[in-house]
Design a protein around this ligand. Sequence first.
Ligand code: UD1
Ligand code: CA
Length: 447
Amino acid sequence: MLSVAILAAGKGTRMKSKLPKVLQPLGGRTLLERVLSGCIELKPDRLFVIVGHQAELVKSKACHVSGVEFIEQNPQNGTGHAIQQLIPALADFEGELLVLNGDVPLLRQETLERLVSQHRESNSEATFLSAKLENPNGYGRVFSDEKGQVSAIIEDRDCNKKELENNLTNAGIYCFNWNTLKAILPNLSNKNNQKEVYLTDAVSMVKKAMHLQVNDVEEVCGINDRLQMAECEALLQQRLRKFWMNNGVTFTDESSSTISDNCVLGKDVIIEPQTHLRGKCHIGDNCRIGPGSFIEDSWIGANVKILYSVIRDAKIGDNVEIGPYAHLRPNTDIAQECKIGNFVEIKNSVLGLGTKVNHLSYIGDSVLGKKVNIGAGTITANYDGRRKHRTIIGDETKTGANSVLIAPITLGAQVTVGAGSTLTRNVPDGSLAIARTKQLTKKEWTS
Ligand code: UD1
Ligand code: CA
């Protein structure tokens, strides 16, 4: 039997933020979400999150995870005190307790699996992850013999000068025999620099504690402040780009682009410089995205070209060209072969196959058929100051430059709208609509 407890009750004072530390974002997901997703695959019998500082907010961000149980720790008197709160909930539990720090977000599931299996094989009562760090400042130091048997973990603040030279650090990820830990927990003291009850002290109170040194020190980076957060973000981005490069994606200027780990990219995608993919994105095969583009929560088909554009909550079909400088806002659905040109804004609209909106237009709350051609500067006037109205445009209709379509309005199929028209009434299929004043020319005006 395996239980998991994630420590997420602390305030994160060193972040200097109103947001609890475990809710800070990294690669578009919170630290807590990352730690949770790392251990869910282990399929623990019980999964606890220890909450305290802004508990309701933290709970609301994690309660969608099936089977998660929240335990309150008030006040927050240290990591050992946090685990003491589990005693009633695990009174009859037999097995191992895996403890994860909520601020160590880059751990791989394989490493956790290795920790649990090594713990079971070694017959120790506690096993935890350690790392030799170039800069161990802030981390607890691990003191052990050559076989990996540990005598103590001493916190950075409690170390003397000699002890601080030891760069073998505690990663904050532990596997304990619960029955042993349960008996020790009430005896932990707070006689240390911070006057807190440390979980790390439990390690020197068991008969046999072992450490397991990780191969990849990046996995155990803890986040206490914004500097460490930036370091972790950089590591995560490197990891993600490397993964996609190994799966057929080209980055022309790797370090200038960012990507969230909910993105799926096809083969032969080219990500040009300064391009950012956020949230949940799908990018089809052969797309060229960027330079200078921002795409969030969108589905992009195959062979799409997007240049210097911003796209949010949109769906784009195959072979579409977008930009430069287009802005596609939520609920935009663009069919295959469309062209969206410079300085075009589209929102809450559907565009049919092969439709073109090439220059300087606003299309909002509209449905455009197939092969529609929207002339430069066409505006759907969708807002009357109180409510939004829809514009419907049939197949193969063309609007002239500088047309204003005052919604609600329907233009049929194969309609032509004269340039400079302001239309307020529906136009039937196959008609020409012109709504502008006749030109007056006064000859010899200047003579
Ligand atoms: C802790 C370890 C340290 C280790 C480091 C690794 C202790 C005493 N020290 O130090 O040996 O090298 O992690 O990153 O455990 N928390 C609670 N309740 C509390 C206090 C903290 O739930 O009362 C949570 C925090 O929200 C955080 C985690 O425990 O997610 C770790 O707390 P933090 O204060 O960051 O510990 P460190 O000083 O980093
Ligand atoms: Ca920490």
